[in-house]
Write a protein that binds this ligand. Sequence first.
Ligand SMILES: NC(=O)c1ccc[n+]([C@@H]2O[C@H](COP(=O)([O-])OP(=O)(O)OC[C@H]3O[C@@H](n4cnc5c(N)ncnc54)[C@H](O)[C@@H]3O)[C@@H](O)[C@H]2O)c1
Ligand SMILES: N[C@H](C(=O)O)[C@H](O)COP(=O)(O)O
Length: 348
Amino acid sequence: MATANIPLLALTCGEPAGIGPELAVMLVADEVPSARLVAVGDPALLAERAALLGRRVEVRVLTPDEPVPAPRRGVLPVWPVALRAPSQPGRLEPANAGHVLETLDVAIAACLSGHAAGMVTTPLHKGVILDAGHVGFTGHTEYLRDACGMKEVVMMLATDSALHARGPGMLALRVALATTHLPLREVADAITAPRLERLLRILYADLQRWFGVVAPRIAVCGLNPHAGEGGHLGREELDVIIPTLEGLRAEGLALDGPLPADTLFTPRHLEGVDAVLAMYHDQGLPVLKYAGFGRAANITLGLPLVRTSVDHGTALDLAGTGRADLGSLRVAVALAAQMAGRSTTTPA
Ligand SMILES: NC(=O)c1ccc[n+]([C@@H]2O[C@H](COP(=O)([O-])OP(=O)(O)OC[C@H]3O[C@@H](n4cnc5c(N)ncnc54)[C@H](O)[C@@H]3O)[C@@H](O)[C@H]2O)c1
Ligand SMILES: N[C@H](C(=O)O)[C@H](O)COP(=O)(O)O
């Protein structure tokens, strides 16, 4: 395949004090990356981290018009976005929050214009972006939603099936979230029937579109212990979740639940299920990360572009040590490449 026909992925380098920049370096230092990549970040910082880790990497600065070369070991093409202040591994610097957001803007613009076929993000630090005054920032997912003008998107994490014996396919356990980065006390109010319906429609459609699941079966968690115990432990199941599921089932969507979340994530209940919809972040993600931390990826569904990410955060405790595990970034890149390939063959 000619280089220009290999889907191009923009790889944002994330929080400069975290492990993102060194993961970008490590990805090309020891192996040929599985996709045509261009990092979006500060070239001097990347070269510095490569030197700190003792990795031989040529950081090759490209203008937006220059072709991005085919993947090659030891070469990291970069679309430059300058740091706003010096960065030390492990030390957050609010002055660099604007830099982090600019890397996202560059990648998003490249995807929306069709220049890049998708974007892969390494971790940013939500707290330091808020400390810097970006009020309301809660993560890539919501930032991408707003940047792309979408009303709703869905965060889904998926494990790499290589670790699991649950049958063929690249990814074995997929967990989507009905609410994302929200204080727990606000979760119940955020789960309304119209929203839940929109989220389930996005999840259903994107399982078909990106993962080739012809007739998705989705298992939906209850919000309350024991899925509300018939209304004795909370009424959200009776008032919101059950009527929403019934409405969508009448249209032919295969939806199980609401099921008690504590037993839903067991092999018998997961048999034949293509994705689980958890009601909140720490209902679904601990299970997913227990099953595959370091071998899973985060995908934003419902966007007009391909976006995957790693399953972990900035790991400030590991930054600059070279001990961060590259596994999740490998999965995120491979998955984005697979999705980008589909987006050229499947109508939107
Ligand atoms: N995709 C993202 O941008 C993303 C994802 C998760 C968390 N975060 C953000 O990261 C920051 C720190 O979050 P946290 O402390 O809850 O989670 P974290 O994932 O950064 O760290 C949790 C633990 O996992 C370890 N860990 C993380 N990545 C690792 C890797 N690649 N290899 C080996 N060990 C690894 C860390 O050393 C730490 O012990 C927060 O601001 C959070 O919001 C961002
Ligand atoms: N909820 C994600 C996780 O725990 O892995 C993470 O915070 C990333 O979210 P964004 O992709 O929205 O930044």
